[in-house]
Structure formats: structure tokens, C-alpha cells
Design a protein around this ligand. Sequence first.
Ligand SMILES: Nc1ncnc2[nH]cnc12
Ligand SMILES: [Zn+2]
Length: 322
Amino acid sequence: MTTSVPKAELHCHIEGATPPALALSQAARYGIDTSAFIRDGAYAWQDFTSFVQSYDATANLFRTEQDYALLAETYLTEIAQAGAVYSELIVSPDQGDAVGIGADAYIAGLAEGAERAKAKTGIETRFIIVGIRHFGPERVVKAAEYAARRPHPLITGFNLAGEERMHRVADFVRAFDIARDAGLGITIHAGELSGAFSVRDALDHVRPSRISHGVRAIEDADLVRRLADEGVVLEVCPGSNVALGVFPDFESHPLRALHAAGVRVTLNADDPPFFHTSLAREYELAATAMGFSDADIRGMTRTAIEAAFVDEPTRQRLLAAL
Ligand SMILES: Nc1ncnc2[nH]cnc12
Ligand SMILES: [Zn+2]
């Protein structure tokens, strides 16, 4: 059992972590019909495109600073109670704009929720600003410029998510340069919906210290060696990959092969209730369906903290607590 194993995550989209019960109570508050995206108490979608539609509909149920505080507090308290000591939340300033409160109020609400969860449980949180790939390079530059202004101390990194099959990584170099020059940690979704070429593009064009997913690097042995040699950390989300059909099941998921090849890997839940998972379940599946030892799994938590976008005193405190 991995119940008592300390856990750390580097990859969770905050709106994608909304428990369906919270989505339903928010919908009741605002009088919104959820039948298109919640059925029998679970999120409904069929493929990546309809997943994004359900995700966006859920995100639009949070409309005030206090709504975002409630979302962050609810999620972080839940994972802390399951053993998480550290969480990096992927947050989207575009979402604050979409619901009309603006990015600063959106971040302030999430930060208030993170502070409340920390006061109750001790969990440490940082925010990764994300640009949305299918919104196009110019909008992603805007997200990077927002992050580069360092509008809140909890914002420590920059990511690119969304439809990986649209545009090429090279189209986003300017956004990543802006984020890197501002001292933010760099990670990027690659090698999830697209193959090994996308991971290679990410390494060549944006020089990330981590890659969100990256698992389809397994299609290219030279690339796997490069990831291991360069010490690039993969934010692996097995439950998400199986739910989206990237791999048919946990037995054929490449996490074991990547780990065996010396690639630095971590366990993450991506958008937990959308993919019928949780951070605790990802840890449990690593021990059961994927056959990792207790020491391997504890090593993944250590890798996550080593690769976290935090200041050194916080990293040393978290490592000491393991
Ligand atoms: N799994 C995923 N891949 C790309 N973009 C996302 N946004 C939310 N979840 C995502
Ligand atoms: Zn993701």
C-alpha cells in the first residue's frame, strides 16, 4: 500500500481537478445546465477534443475570486490528506479573462485557497502559468508576458498545454524566451498526443528542465538516451494516458521502460476526476499494475521535489521531511 508514502506532484491542471460534486454545486449557484458535460456524477467526454470542451465548461463554473479559493482549497486539502506534501498547479490567466474577473483576481483567489490548505495541512504549492497551444502563438506570448511580470510570488514556472497536434514547438520560442528570461522554470506538454518528434522539438527549441508527459519519447531509443543523459524530468501521468487512449493499459505504459533506461520520472494525475484518477491512485497503480518497489516510488517523490520550481530553502525543507 502506498497510502503512507509521501507524495509530490508537478502536473495538475487546477480546473481539471474539480471534483464533480463541486462542479454541480457551482452550477446550482449560477443556474447552469451541466447535462452536456456531467452525466451520472462523472465528467462526460469521448476524445481529446470533447475532453477540452468538458474541461472548459467546468472551468466556466468558477467566476469569482472566492470560487477559485474554494477550488484550490478543496483540491489541495484532499491530496494533502492522501499524503501530498507538494503540489504544482497549472493555472491559466486566460481563464481569469474568460470569466471576466481578470488574471490577477484569478491568481489571488487560487493563492487564498492554497494558503488556507497550507494552514490546515502544511502542503506547499506553486503555480505554473500555462499558455494554451490551440489559442495560437500570440495568445501564448501574452500568457508568458503575464508570467514574466511575476505578478504573484507563488508563480514560479511556465508551461504550454492544449492541442499538441496544432502548431509546432518552434512557433512558441518567443513565449518561452520571455518566460525563461524572467527566471521562471520551464516545462512543456510534449509527447502525449504527438510522437517522439514533438519531444525532440521541445528539447531543441525551448530547453526545458522538465517535460509534461514526454512518454512517447519511448518511440525513439536515441531520444530516451538523450533524456536520461540530460537529466530531463518527465511529469508522467499514466492514468491520463490510458484514459485518453495514448496507451491501451497500464501494463503497456512505458513508465517502467523509461525508469529502467535511467530517465528521471515523476507521478502525476493531470486532470484527476476527468480521467477517473487521483494522485493517490497513480501512486497505488505504480506499485500494483506497474510493479515498482516502495523504494522506486519514494524515489519518484524525491525526483519531483528535486525538479520542483521552488526556492532552495523550500526544496531543502521538503527533501529533509522525506
Ligand atoms: N492532458 C492534457 N494535455 C494537453 N492539454 C491539457 N489541458 C488539460 N489537460 C491536458
Ligand atoms: Zn497536462
